[in-house]
Write a protein that binds this ligand. Structure first.
Ligand code: PLP
Length: 310
């Protein structure tokens, strides 16, 4: 069976998850050619069905390949673009139900971050399986797969390994059910459940930072796009917003994107060079304003140093 995934959606370093997830894309945008890194078997790469997110043609590909597909996996909220497409996800949900293909939402980043019920709760579209990580461990390493009883039962142990090895998909490992991660994670999730104001605060800080950065770039005549939702940011030096990760790579000034991180550090703000930006609950208005101020200073210096000469 094959896995269907979307170009530019990142699912960690599983063999199929890595395919066409990152930096390099191949083939026409409407029919991507699977591309992966050394270390992934070429047959695994070639047999992963890579689809263009948000395009009707992806649904046609799924229908055509349905008999071969083990699942369709996607990021319901693309962390790289800080965007979702509810209408497309709705159509994908209906199609997967019709064709009996499990739909998997990777909410490793968006889960418990964009809202307590993740992106699926925000858009009211629910997958058959959800992949979780990061926040659920409360800072400790943790991952989880949750979903419909029918699918989870397929790998839930009976307690008898001799029965399991004949009737269950194997799931387990050194870190499975790690008690420290589970205890800390449960405490964080309980806190978030009892403190919905955390999300209101994160939303307010997201808007404050997006608006501040956008105004600063506009004031200096620099093409810069910031998209922020639920504490997740996509920020690029470009002249238009991008509808896909491939488009974002092609249309944005990567030299400037990467360099910005170094300029910002000189003004006391640490940001990663090439990664989605995330806020946390400790970021308050003075912290956000300090980031905007550092950005203003960085842009001025970058202009002086010869960036943005178009
Ligand atoms: C959307 C998404 N899915 C899955 C993962 C998990 O990746 P891994 O556990 O391989 O680090 C990540 C990690 O950053 C991610 O961003």
């Amino acid at each position: 069976m094959r896995v269907a995934k979307f170009e530019g959606h990142y699912h960690g370093f599983s063999d199929q998850g890595l395919v066409s997830s990152w930096f390099r894309f191949s083939g026409p945008p409407e029919a991507p050619v699977p591309y992966s890194t050394p270390g992934v078997h070429p047959r695994t790469t070639a047999e992963t069905l890579v689809l263009p997110f948000g395009r009707r043609i992806a649904l046609e590909h799924i229908r055509r390949e349905a008999a071969e597909l083990a699942c369709v996996i996607c990021e319901p909220f693309s962390a790289a673009l800080a965007a979702t497409d509810r209408e497309f996800l709705q159509e994908l949900r209906v199609l997967c139900s019709e064709l009996c293909i499990p739909l998997v939402f990777d909410e490793v980043v968006s889960g418990f971050r964009v809202g307590f019920r993740g992106m699926q709760g925000e858009i009211d579209i629910f997958p058959d399986l959800t992949v979780l990580g990061k926040i659920i461990g409360g800072g400790l390493p943790c991952g989880a797969v949750a979903g419909s009883a029918k699918l989870v039962e397929g790998c839930k142990s009976t307690g008898d390994p001799f029965v399991d090895c004949e009737s269950k998909a194997f799931l387990g490992g050194t870190m499975s059910g790690n008690s420290a991660s589970c205890t800390v994670g449960a405490a964080v999730l309980t806190y978030l459940k009892n403190h919905p104001e955390v999300y209101a605060h994160l939303d307010a800080m997201t808007i404050r930072l997006s608006d501040g950065l956008t105004s600063a770039a506009r004031a200096q005549g620099v093409g810069y796009f910031v998209r922020g939702r639920g504490s997740i940011f996509s920020m690029t030096f470009a002249h238009k917003t991008s509808a896909s990760v491939r488009e974002q790579h092609a249309a944005s000034d990567y030299k400037a994107n990467i360099s910005l991180a170094y300029y910002m550090r000189r003004h006391g703000v640490y940001m990663p060079e090439l990664h989605t930006m995330l806020l946390n609950a400790a970021h308050d208005p003075p912290a956000i304003d300090a980031v905007v101020r550092a950005f203003e200073l960085s842009l001025k210096e970058m202009k002086q140093d010869g960036f943005f000469v178009y």
